[in-house]
Write a protein that binds this ligand. Structure first.
Ligand code: ADP
Ligand code: MG
Length: 479
């Protein structure tokens, strides 16, 4: 183990899935033609006033309840002043002193270790526009469609101790905001992005080391890689007698390295002050109670329910209850299959590997949940063996169709006629006297050979258990 301890805190920006923007009626949608979704408010034209979108407040409260956070009775917006071409007002409306969501917490699981990560705060802010450098030769273009898009910035305590913990935390946040329906969590489109603050300190040391901040990581893998690289880099600097500078760094995925971008601004540099255009917002207990009534089941509660209701292990429950879509698929499937463990194995095994291969979400699974449930039920009632089930599954993936119809049409039913099976066993034994002798002399591994021979003769349709019993009886019994 290294002599250095890694310390990580994450700032996660979640784009809220509202119909309109944070302070204007312009649509909040990705991918429109440039500057067609920016109103006078988003353009920062003089003489217009921002009006708070109430839906945003509700979404923030849903998040706050999900992470058991304190909720500010009075929340306030502030101006964060800086100049940039894609920020026409010259300031971003954000929150500083009275964020809507105060301290909360989130449980993560790494390996089989559960751990609680502190959430410092979550505040509302508007996104900026986009500067585009590669469309007009020699010029920079500005697209203000994104200006004014509502963001919830979730800041964690420096509680994570490895890249794996940071990834687990981000995954859990991702699942929660999707379950809450407050964001699509689409990382490719920037609906969820993350800044990682990373420092190291000698093991046992209590005070924190100087941190760097890696900006705008937009995938779980980049988060992991960027932290791993940055930790190695900091170790090298410190062990070489140097010191870490507090700075903002960029992760270059192509080269898998972080590079210095600029030294870090302090809050004072932004001359924050309360926005005089926006009144403080009172969050009443009644509003909170209303939001509480509409809360869905969240990943952690669902995992617990899956353990209790289906008798799944923690590990299996974590896999199939990870997100709502997978959980729904599992529950439809298991209602028909009536075997939770076997169903979990199929969903996380055969099904997951097909979905991975074809890069599909489970919502778009080529095999519907009910069909997989029926297939598993046929293993359970011994119509087919697990091995034949895989064949049927492959056909369902490639051609569609119901498992029962496929089993009948292709004659894949397990042999139920034990007289027929006995006859084949006897034939195989008679045809292989040398192997029979070796088996009886103690080379019992040869059982597999006999099983294989009979399976071949039946086209894989013998009931494996029945076949095993028959063979053992014949071979041991000397018959
Ligand atoms: P800002 O980046 O805007 O200055 P903060 O000072 O509140 O904001 O810190 C931002 C993030 O950095 C938080 O997630 C916090 O947990 C994390 N952080 C602060 N100090 C350290 C440190 N020494 N090492 C790692 N992370 C840290
Ligand atoms: Mg920061």
């Amino acid at each position: 183990m290294s002599n250095w301890e890694t310390v990580i805190g994450l700032e996660v920006h979640v784009q809220l899935a509202t119909a309109s923007k944070l302070f204007s009626g312009a649509p909040n949608r990705f991918g429109a033609e440039a500057n067609r979704q920016a109103s006078a408010v988003d353009l920062g034209l003089p003489g217009v006033l921002p009006v708070l979108n109430e839906a945003v407040v509700h979404m923030a409260l849903r998040f706050g309840l999900a992470v058991e956070a304190q909720i500010s009775p009075l929340t306030q917006f502030a101006r964060k002043n800086y100049f940039y071409p894609d920020l026409p007002k010259g300031y971003q409306i954000s929150q500083l002193d009275h964020p809507i969501i105060g301290p909360g917490r989130l449980e993560i699981v790494v390996g089989d270790q559960a751990k609680t990560i502190g959430i410092t705060r979550a505040h509302l802010e508007e996104d900026a526009g986009k500067s585009i450098h590669d469309q007009l030769p020699g010029l920079t273009a500005v697209d203000l469609n994104r200006a004014g898009t509502p963001l919830l910035e979730i800041v964690s305590e420096p509680d994570m101790r490895s890249a794996a913990e940071a990834v687990a935390y981000l995954r859990e946040l991702h699942a929660i905001v999707r379950d809450l329906g407050i964001s699509d969590g689409n990382m490719n489109e920037g609906s969820m992005r993350c800044d990682a603050n990373v420092s190291i300190r000698p093991r046992g040391e209590r005070t924190l080391g100087t941190r760097t901040e890696i900006k705008n990581l937009n995938s779980f893998r980049f988060l992991e890689k960027a932290i791993e690289f940055e930790v190695e880099r900091q170790i090298e600097v410190l062990e070489g007698g140097g010191r870490i500078h507090q700075e903002t760094r960029l992760y270059d995925a192509q080269r898998n390295e972080t590079r210095s971008m600029r030294s870090k601004e302090e809050a004072e540099d932004y001359r924050y002050f309360p926005d005089p255009d926006l009144l403080p917002v009172a969050i009443t207990p009644k509003m909170i109670a209303e939001v509480a009534r509409s809360m869905p089941e969240l990943p952690r509660a669902r995992r617990q329910r899956f353990c209790e209701q289906y008798g799944l292990s923690e590990y299996d429950a974590r896999q199939v209850a990870a997100d709502r879509a997978t959980a729904a698929y599992f529950e439809t499937c298991v209602a028909i299959a009536e075997d939770p463990k076997l169903t979990a194995n199929w969903v996380m095994g055969e099904l997951a590997s097909i979905l991975n291969r074809d890069e599909l979400g489970i919502e778009a699974s080529p095999v519907p949940a009910a069909a997989l449930g029926t297939l598993i039920a046929r293993i359970r009632d011994a119509t087919i063996s697990s091995k034949i089930a895989k064949t049927v599954f492959d056909i369902m993936v490639a051609e569609g169709g119901e498992p029962d119809a496929i089993i009948e049409a292709r004659g894949l039913r397990q042999m139920s006629d034990s007289g027929e099976l006995e006859r084949l066993v006897d034939e195989v034994i008679a045809a292989n006297p040398a192997q029979v002798e070796q088996f009886r002399a103690g080379k019992t591994k040869l059982l597999g050979f006999f099983v294989g021979q009979v399976m071949k003769a039946t086209g894989g349709k013998a009931n494996p258990q029945q076949l095993n019993d028959l063979l053992r009886g014949r071979l041991d019994g000397g018959g």
